[in-house]
Design a protein around this ligand. Structure first.
Ligand code: PTJ
Length: 263
């Protein structure tokens, strides 16, 4: 139900509108920051350019991300307001499949938000959620935003951190600390996309179920096989591929439009 009444299922952008409504609802519940709506709008614009489906090249980054998770000794999934609202169950399932710890980490930290996000994760089956209140007592060096406050048992000592929809400063800081940083970002030009070790250019809603599936598929592979998957991945080349994908898709669209085909 939107503010204006129910969204008709036959609306051409029904699914997209439902996602928006979910985020708007969670601004009200205190889970999503107001700026989370701006972030979603930016994501939607890039999703249009990708054709609103997981591009073929994204599967390679998902495979490398899954392999790197299975190789990690202390993997942590960093949860912000947007991802908690959009895919809470998938975050919990990914943590279970990959033996990772969940930690709430917010850019816009305000009283009650961390607790609301931890509650959503627990409602979806999480038994341990770090990063809430005083537990986030360690500091990421050289970082000024509230994201610098992390759990000493979680992000601080992690060797692998998953940071879907992240800001560039923290990605850079985590990489500088020697951690493997995996992100999901629809914008291949963002600083996070460029600085992360592995960037999945896709909508987090589509990417997370695929990532869980691949983690489950790869979990019995040998260390050498997993290392080979990570080694053959190159993030810069991957981002170049994503830009070419968008460029070629737009060229095809432009040619269609020139012929008067607007569908
Ligand atoms: O909950 P908080 O306080 O930690 O704040 C979370 C937000 C997302 C508001 C904060 O991290 C932020 O301001 O992020 P940015 O700098 O706007 O970056 C968000 C990035 O995520 C942008 O590059 C968007 O294109 C991208 N994005 C937005 N929605 C999605 C997405 N990528 C994948 N899937 C999405 N659904």
């Amino acid at each position: 139900m939107s503010e204006w009444g129910p969204i008709p299922p036959e609306h051409p952008r029904y699914r997209s509108l439902l996602v928006r409504e979910k985020l708007i609802h969670h601004v009200g519940s205190g889970v999503v920051a107001l700026a989370g709506l701006v972030a979603q709008g930016r994501g939607e614009a890039f999703d249009y350019l990708l054709g609103e489906e997981t591009p073929d090249f994204a599967h390679d980054s998902i495979r490398a991300a899954a392999a790197s998770l299975l190789l990690a000794r202390h993997p942590v999934i960093s949860v912000n307001g947007n991802v908690a609202a959009l895919c809470p169950k998938e975050l919990v399932d990914l943590a279970a499949a990959g033996g990772a710890v969940l930690e709430v980490n917010l850019f816009y930290r305000s009283p009650g938000r961390e607790e609301s996000i931890a509650r959503i994760l627990r409602d979806h089956g999480a038994t341990r959620v770090l990063g809430v209140g005083e537990e986030a007592s360690a500091t990421i060096p050289e970082l000024l935003s509230e994201r610098r406050r992390v759990s000493p048992e979680g992000i601080f000592k992690a060797d692998w951190v998953f940071v879907p929809l992240e800001d560039g400063d923290r990605t850079e800081a985590l990489v500088r600390m020697g951690k493997t940083v995996v992100t999901v970002d629809l914008n291949p030009l963002s600083r996070t996309a460029r600085r992360a070790t592995i960037t999945i250019v896709d909508n987090v809603i589509r990417a997370l179920p695929l990532l869980i599936q691949v983690v489950e598929e790869l979990c019995n592979r040998t260390t050498e096989a997993l290392q080979a998957l990570v080694k053959e991945y190159n993030n810069a080349r991957h981002l170049a591929r994503s830009l070419r994908y968008i460029q070629e898709r737009l060229d095809r669209k432009a040619a269609q439009f020139e012929e008067g085909q607007l569908d």
